[in-house]
Design a protein around this ligand. Sequence first.
Ligand SMILES: Cc1cc2nc3c(=O)[nH]c(=O)nc-3n(C[C@H](O)[C@H](O)[C@H](O)COP(=O)(O)OP(=O)(O)OC[C@H]3O[C@@H](n4cnc5c(N)ncnc54)[C@H](O)[C@@H]3O)c2cc1C
Length: 596
Amino acid sequence: MITHQFEVLVVGAGGAGLMAGLYASRAAKTAIITKLYPTRSHTGTAQGGIGAALGSQEEDHPEWHTYDTVKGSDYLGDQDAIEFMCNEAVPAVYELEHMGLPFDRTPDGKISQRPFGGHTNNVTGKPVRRACHAADRTGHMILQTLYQQCIKNNVTFFDEFQAVDLLMVNGAAAGVVAIELATGEMHVFHAKAVIFATGGHGRIWEITSNAYAFTGDGPSMVMRRGLPLEDMEFFQFHPTGIYKLGILITEGVRGEGGVLINGKGERFMPKYAPHVKDLASRDVVSRAIYTEIREGRGVNGQNYVYLDARPESIMKYAAEDGRTNPDGTPYKITAEELLKKLPDIVDFNRVYLGIDPMTQMMPIQPTAHYTMGGIPTNKFGEVVIDDKNTVHPGLYAAGECACVSVHGANRLGTNSLLDLIVFGKHAGLRAAEYANQADFEKLPDDPTAEARAQFDGLRNGSGKENAFDISREMKKVMFDEVGIYRSGTVMESAIDKVLELKERFKHVRVSDTGKIFNTELLNGWELGNMLDVAELVAVCALNRTESRGGHTREDYPNRDDKNWLKHTLAWSKNGKIEIGYKPVIITKYQPKERVY
Ligand SMILES: Cc1cc2nc3c(=O)[nH]c(=O)nc-3n(C[C@H](O)[C@H](O)[C@H](O)COP(=O)(O)OP(=O)(O)OC[C@H]3O[C@@H](n4cnc5c(N)ncnc54)[C@H](O)[C@@H]3O)c2cc1C
């Protein structure tokens, strides 16, 4: 057992972890441990952009961004935190620019911005250009920029170290236990403050845009230590994943003017969202696609539709919609310009499907994309543990694994990258501030005991069961039964299935007994996390008897503010899920019916 000591320890090196590490390192001795090499984190796949009301190309205001985010959240987002994020967005984007992030530019040298779903001019109701982008590689550029800044600032990195347990002493976070992938050794990281920035858990669903590493490690470790998770029933299905593969086609394609077409060749979004059409919020568009498919209007009777981004189609539909350039001239785009703006999308289609989106339509279906729920925090990244938002000493969370909650029941595109930058920064600042006045807690004699017990279970199981089968069955039942459309009896059976899989998981035995890069063992451990998270998601989804944002109940089709304008908190206690609630913070905007 090797022990390290740092004042602030960050788990995860995506956008949130790097930003937290960068800020913490300015005031405290900081390390980042990460199971992936930092620049391989999922943030690197983010395509479309980061939202900020810069107003580079047309009028825009942080107030409009705030209102759109509240509305997009279906009024479940905490409005104080949303306002805070949208105000901080503008300086945050300029800070990234000054760090060297190569944003695309307008002809006069400003940061270029494009429209994105749910972001509007609050006066006209029309889409507004708010997403700042670096081609369709915005997240890649954020990761590279922040990683370089961290190196410059002497943040210590432990690459390919997987955290497997959170240490708590006297009710405060005291570090983590981690496995070094290359050697299989257990390391103890003793810290005064721990920041979780471990990303999401989309791999619990069959069709997903999420990277293999999105297995919910952070939330599961926190949950196993008796802390609650918030709003886990809310998960976002992105409307446009490549058919069968789930790989994301950014909403930026629709931002540039692409439209959705059903199997009869009809553009269908105006029927579901007459004002913003193809740029409605993701929950609305995903449900619309699903409805088209269910009513027999999928392509060739299959469960997919088309995304049409051929330049001549874009211009035809733009003319129909009266879309103009910022100078008022009719909207025009050439294949060459599209290729420059969306190079990766064009490549994905060519490589994975043999399709050229400049001349052919892309087959797409909704794909599990983003978790709105997670480890509850306040707007400073401090983990909070009850309905009174009591702060848990020494523990912080930021990014997709956290729930601030700024996304409420549904996240708007471009607001996640923003969330990482804003709340990563504040988590880093607060953690360093805390570490500067706290002492190291004394660790128990063997801090690795509980982590070892989990791995021993996987090494010594009866071997009757196979982890791959369990994983496949979990993903299928979650996608089919706790997916875009949900209902009570179906989810009850899904929960039974997940419980059965959890039982079977106890009989898994890992066959690789080696220590070096034992990915079978670590994937087995991750499957345990995914099963815990899947159960919690399904139980919370069954419990919430209304439809709101990304959570659609066929048996309770309406939003029910009287009974359900509240956050869910869920604890795992003695093998059972316990549910509580906490109020939504409403400042300026009283809940209204959503108009699309
Ligand atoms: C394909 C795709 C496109 C997207 N496009 C956009 C977009 O255009 N705009 C937008 O706003 N949002 C977008 N999103 C969402 C956004 O990119 C993610 O929500 C965000 O990047 C998550 O960042 P993060 O820092 O929280 O986690 P990640 O970037 O995933 O980083 C997680 C980190 O945690 C580490 N980690 C995890 N578990 C452990 C462990 N047990 N021990 C040690 N380390 C661990 C990993 O190594 C990794 O470094 C997109 C998401 C996807 C999947």
